[in-house]
Design a protein around this ligand. Structure first.
Ligand code: WTA
Length: 635
């Protein structure tokens, strides 16, 4: 059973304005898709030639040990070479790389030259503290420019970063530090959100206690409140950046194309964090190609990806791909509705944003406040709009298109995952659109919708979404756990060698793809990705809870909301007070995004005879639907 109520395919078509298509600097979809299919390796080699390499690759694709594919083997590069070093040698050194606005209204912009210098300084600081190529660095920060600086500095010295979203709490942070074994942690004293301070450093202190592997904590001063600084462990970023060692020039480490660039933890079917590993070479090629074609990035654009750098969307499309393309990327620290529901529209007008990329949940959230708020601002700079993270319901699509896009901006609905690194199913600006469909696969990508045996399903029938061939920014492995990589993504269609996405989808009579939602134990709540197991382990870490099960049920605003069922330990009594306490506990342990909307106290849970919780039964029950096949139920 999937997480999302299905939106039936519609016959509603939106054809792009011919003038926009004529001005777009992107290839014709059909022609380029065909070309890529005929010779994918030649296609990707041509894309890779757009970038700089210290040394060219010997082989585009090494498929000798499937599914551990390798791309551009023998090639030498570094993300920092293409995202920064090459730009400062051209006129782009004077172009704005990052425009940042803090929630309280403070502003900062960095040219490519300035960003390059800051990154070099911090790279020297990290090296000075003993961080070497291959060492993992955990980053746990708010949306400040220093998060991009920290990521790029790690890339520059060849130390894979592991960014943990600032909305995660103690247990989530500690287990990610532990898994990556990072000795160095970069954080902020706090982050501004809705006029309040999120106390990031307190969480770090608690996590570091649970995870003693951390030896050094570097703290960016953002909010300025009093915090604890542990002697011999904690250092202020600004103090380090003022040291003589922080020189504005730094050597870029020459990396193999397949050397790790970062680990990003994401949710899977167990509570243990799953570190998705991406590398320097293929990831650069794929993210820059997809951004350039799907969003037609032009030199004069102001690109605003309103995600958080702590998720894959922020990694690929706030930080890395825009910088590779030499674009200007906007980062806003706070909430869309703070202090008023027009904060985003004010930012669009103020900075002349030409492309806005966000999640359906944000659109639905802003829609609630009505059209008057956006109408108060001049949004005429917008040329394209984008959507990501969950299926966009046609109603939100139409509002976004009409009210924000003045019926003139195509909506680029991009389907992809942490594991895919970049857009997999997406229109190009020249492609006709249907609200709610991400349209067709990106050139070089072949997808299908199949049944459990791998047979393609019929038109408009539900099936498993699979990806049929390798692509340059594909997940290389689960960090430290090749077995899990194989069992999670490749075991189901081992015979065919297909990648299992974990989503249910349909293809309509025009060949358009409709992603319906997850069909595993992964939840999408407000576009955020969470595992049922993460929430469950948060609940059972409370002394009153013996066992728990968590499901997602459709919610108009958030896409899904979390329902939890708890069996209490002997002697504990369910009550509204305990429910409130458990919610607070999950908030503290896992994070605010994991807090269940509702907790029910039960005496037992539906299980299979082998002891697996049947969430499908709980869900059908919660939705008042037929319970389906119960033959495997234990009791
Ligand atoms: C869902 C986010 C429908 C999907 C980039 C996928 C989408 C999961 C879309 C990955 C979309 C993402 N339409 N569903 N345009 N984009 N999804 O790893 O269920 O946080 O498997 O990556 O988000 O979530 P993740």
């Amino acid at each position: 059973m999937t997480e999302q109520a299905f939106t039936p395919p519609t016959s509603e078509w939106y054809q792009p304005d011919p003038a926009l298509v004529a001005a777009a600097n992107v290839p014709d979809y059909e022609a380029v898709y065909d070309r890529a299919r005929q010779d994918p390796q030649a296609f990707w080699a041509k894309r890779a030639e757009e970038l700089q390499w210290y040394q060219k690759w010997d082989q585009v694709l090494d498929a000798s040990n499937k599914p551990f594919y390798k791309w551009f083997t023998g090639g030498k590069t570094n993300m920092a070479l293409n995202a920064l070093d090459r730009h400062v040698k051209t006129w782009r050194r004077n172009k704005l790389a990052i425009i940042w606005e803090g929630e309280p209204g403070d502003k900062l912009s960095l040219s490519y030259w300035q960003l390059w210098q800051e990154v070099n300084k911090f790279a020297n600081v990290l090296r000075g503290m003993g961080v070497k190529k291959g060492d993992r660095v955990t980053i746990y920060m708010g949306r400040v420019p220093e998060i991009a600086i920290a990521m790029l500095a790690c890339a520059k010295i060849g130390a894979p970063h592991s960014v943990v979203y600032g909305g995660f709490s103690e247990q989530a942070l500690a287990s990610r530090i532990e898994d990556a074994q990072s000795k160095v942690l970069i954080t902020c004293d706090g982050a501004w959100l809705r006029g309040k301070i999120v106390p990031l450093k307190n969480t770090v202190d608690e996590a570091a206690q649970r995870s003693p592997v951390v030896e050094t904590v570097i703290v960016v001063k953002r909010t300025g409140q009093d915090i604890h600084m542990e002697g011999g462990r904690d250092y202020w970023y600004h103090d380090l950046m003022a040291l003589p060692i922080a020189k504005p020039r730094a050597e870029t480490e020459i990396m193999d194309a397949e050397d790790p660039l970062f680990i990003l933890y994401t949710s899977g079917t167990t509570g243990k964090p799953k570190g998705v590993l991406h590398t320097h070479g293929g990831y650069q090629v794929y993210t820059s190609t997809t951004l350039s074609w799907a969003f037609d990035i032009k030199e004069e654009d102001r690109w605003w990806c309103a995600a958080d750098p702590g998720w894959i969307t922020g990694h690929s499309y706030i930080v890395y791909a825009p910088l590779i393309l030499g674009a200007t990327s906007i980062i806003y620290e706070g909430a869309p509705t703070y202090p008023y529901p027009d904060r985003w529209w004010q930012l669009v007008a103020e900075y002349g944003v030409s492309i806005l990329y966000t999640a359906p949940t944000a659109i639905r959230g802003l829609m609630r406040f009505g059209e008057a708020w956006p109408q108060r601002h001049d949004l005429s700079s917008l040329r394209l709009l984008g959507s990501v993270g969950e299926p966009i319901n046609p109603e939100a699509w139409r509002w976004y298109h009409r009210v924000i896009g003045r019926e003139q901006c195509p909506i680029i609905d991009t389907w992809w995952q942490t594991e895919t690194g970049g857009f997999m199913i997406t229109p190009l600006p020249s492609v006709g659109l249907k609200p709610g469909s991400a349209t067709r696969p990106f050139p070089g990508i072949e997808v299908d919708i199949v049944d459990d045996d791998g047979a393609p399903v019929g038109v408009n029938e539900d099936g498993n979404l699979v990806i049929k061939g390798p692509w340059p920014s594909m997940i290389r492995t689960v960090y430290g756990d090749d077995e899990r990589f194989l069992s999670q993504y490749w075991a189901k269609y081992q015979k065919q060698g297909w990648y299992l996405a974990g989503d249910t989808a349909r293809r309509d009579e025009d060949g358009y793809l409709w992603v319906i939602g997850r069909n595993d134990d992964v939840l999408k709540v407000s576009g955020y990705r969470l595992g049922t197991a993460e929430v469950e382990s948060g609940l059972v870490s409370h002394s009153a809870v013996a066992e728990s099960a968590v499901i997602g049920v459709p919610d108009e605003l958030r896409g899904n909301k979390i329902f939890a069922y708890c069996i209490l330990v002997a002697g504990a009594e369910g009550s509204p007070a305990l429910e409130a306490e458990l919610k607070a506990h999950v908030r503290h342990e896992v994070g605010p995004i994991a807090v269940p909307a509702q907790i029910e106290f039960v005496d037992n849970l539906p299980k299979t005879r082998s002891g697996k919780i049947m969430r499908r039964v709980l869900k059908a029950q919660a939705l008042g639907q037929p319970l389906g096949d119960l033959s495997t139920l234990e009791d």
